[in-house]
Write a protein that binds this ligand. Structure first.
Ligand SMILES: Nc1nc2c(c(=O)[nH]1)N(C=O)[C@@H](CNc1ccc(C(=O)N[C@@H](CCC(=O)O)C(=O)O)cc1)CN2
Ligand SMILES: Nc1nc2c(ncn2[C@@H]2O[C@H](COP(=O)(O)OP(=O)(O)OP(=O)(O)O)[C@@H](O)[C@H]2O)c(=O)[nH]1
Ligand SMILES: [Mg+2]
Length: 435
């Protein structure tokens, strides 16, 4: 293929500003472009130092990696130029690549080509995006596991079982009514139910989404309860203003905090009370919105403040300023849910951290089965479940077959084994350039 083949794409794979910048190039026609720049093709998959020349000039002295297809990330002929990371070199090399017929890659284009070449499925491609963006160790582990194909294997096994169920169903259709063996029909129903139960359990597991997206923890309570002090103490920042004046916080203040490898978005809110002040009232309205959308609410109560009713039934109730007024021992044992903290003594937050750990335990637990990680997976599995439910409800064999096929299609779209093209744009548009 000619060096001007439009299917060759290039992109910087590293963020600008580093000492080294990696330019990635892929597509049939890569070999000619690399030869034009580096003189000859280096040995495959080995780092070689080469002067890169274009227009009779040396652009940089670079490390070159040549990956002949199909043994490359994209499955195509591709190469990498490990350049000195200056803007001038990057610009000159990009200019040369354009002149040689390559075009700038769109977001996710390299991974998209890897999917199209059958080197990975959609779940693995999504996991690569998550891997690139992982900020916590839990996110890293989860993405790596999904990239390895653990979730794909689970959904593929379900697709395999659905295929068997469909085959059993078709065998039933061919039977004349009077000879229909009831145990075959029974077996079929059992298989459908068994699959539904497994998918339902998988859908109940929120670990994957919580790990990937983080959890929203909202600190709420009356003015002066110590909410902003807690936000500052947990995050080790002075993000929120603290004063002895009741009604200090108006705007909600959010920051990210990693606890036990889980990403938490902490939000400090305006103290809840009746007020004539227009600004404070708006703050309180926003506070209530945050509370209603929280995954976990910490309801802070100053000493002497009535513990009930709580802001929301699920809130963790936290008695503050225990350095001033220790939690009376009986209240600890009687209402085990009341946690005592202060932001003054060295271990003042320990009871809250312990309670948070317990609360998050289900999310921290390593389990055998890989969790679903995106709304897309949840929607596809729910569609599968609905189709299975309809298949179970109907006595009409042809209709049941159609519902089973629909369940298979919904499941197949998750790995990308069906209807891939329609999905690629939405999935890869969220990637960064160079991936
Ligand atoms: N420089 C560089 N670092 C990188 C990548 C890259 O593309 N370039 N990666 C990109 O995301 C990740 C590594 N992933 C990769 C996956 C497959 C192949 C590859 O060439 N696979 C061939 C040969 C495998 C082998 O060496 O045994 C193959 O599978 O056939 C390369 C990188 C992270 N680090
Ligand atoms: N002794 C003691 N004082 C505290 C503690 N936590 C907060 N305070 C004090 O209580 C007062 C109110 O604290 P804030 O953190 O501003 O309270 P808040 O709930 O954010 O108040 P608003 O923003 O007005 O709703 C300040 O004077 C803090 O120094 C604590 O654990 N011990
Ligand atoms: Mg405050």
């Amino acid at each position: 293929m000619s060096p001007t083949d439009p299917s060759v794409i290039f992109a910087l794979a590293t963020a600008p500003g580093g000492a080294i910048s990696v330019m990635r190039v892929s597509g049939s026609g890569s070999a000619e472009i690399l030869q034009a720049l580096a003189g000859t093709l280096p040995a495959p998959r080995r780092a070689s130092l080469r002067p890169l020349k274009h227009g009779g000039e040396v652009l940089d002295e670079a490390l070159v990696l040549w990956f002949p297809g199909p043994n490359s990330y994209t499955g195509e002929d591709s190469f990498e130029l490990h350049l000195h990371g200056s803007p001038a070199i990057i610009e000159a090399v990009a200019e040369a690549l354009r002149a040689l017929g390559a075009s700038p890659a769109e977001a996710g284009a390299f991974t998209r080509r890897a999917v199209q070449a059958g080197r990975m499925d959609l779940l693995q491609a999504e996991a690569i995006a998550d891997l690139v963006e992982a900020e916590t160790q839990a996110q890293r582990r989860q993405a790596l596991r999904q990239a390895d194909g653990a979730l794909s294997a689970l959904y593929d096994s379900w697709a395999g079982r659905l295929k068997q169920i469909l085959a059993q169903q078709e065998a039933l259709i061919d039977f004349p009514d009077e000879e229909l063996p009831p145990e075959v029909e029974n077996q079929l129903m059992q298989n459908m139910l068994g699959l539904q139960v497994e998918i339902a359990e998988h859908l109940q597991d929120r670990r994957g989404e919580a790990t990937r997206e983080g959890l929203h923890v909202v600190i709420a309570g009356a003015p002066n309860a110590g909410k902003s002090s807690l936000l500052n103490a947990l995050s080790g920042t002075e993000a929120a203003i603290v004063t002895a004046h009741a009604g200090t916080t108006r705007d909600a203040i959010s920051l990210d905090w990693t606890f036990e490898g889980i990403r938490l978005r902490l939000t400090d809110t305006a103290g809840l009370r009746e007020t004539e002040n227009e600004i404070e009232a708006e703050g309180i309205r926003r506070a209530r919105t945050h509370v209603s959308q929280a995954d976990l609410v910490l309801h802070l109560l100053a000493p002497g403040e009535e513990a009930t009713p709580s802001i929301t039934p699920e809130a963790l109730r936290v008695r503050t300023k225990t350095d001033l007024a220790p939690l009376p021992a009986p209240s600890v044992s009687l209402t085990g849910s009341l946690i005592g903290i202060n932001t003054v003594t060295p271990d003042g937050l320990a009871p809250l951290l312990a309670a948070l750990r317990t609360q998050l335990q289900p999310l921290l637990a390593q389990r055998e089965a890989p969790p679903l990680t995106r709304a897309r997976h949840r929607a596809g599995l729910e569609e599968t479940q609905h189709a299975l439910t309809r298949a179970l409800r109907t006595d009409w064999p042809e209709l049941r077959g159609e519902e089973l096929r629909q369940a298979m299609r919904a499941l197949g779209r998750l790995t990308g084994k069906v209807d891939v093209e329609a999905l690629l744009d939405t999935i890869f548009s969220s990637f960064c350039i160079g991936k």
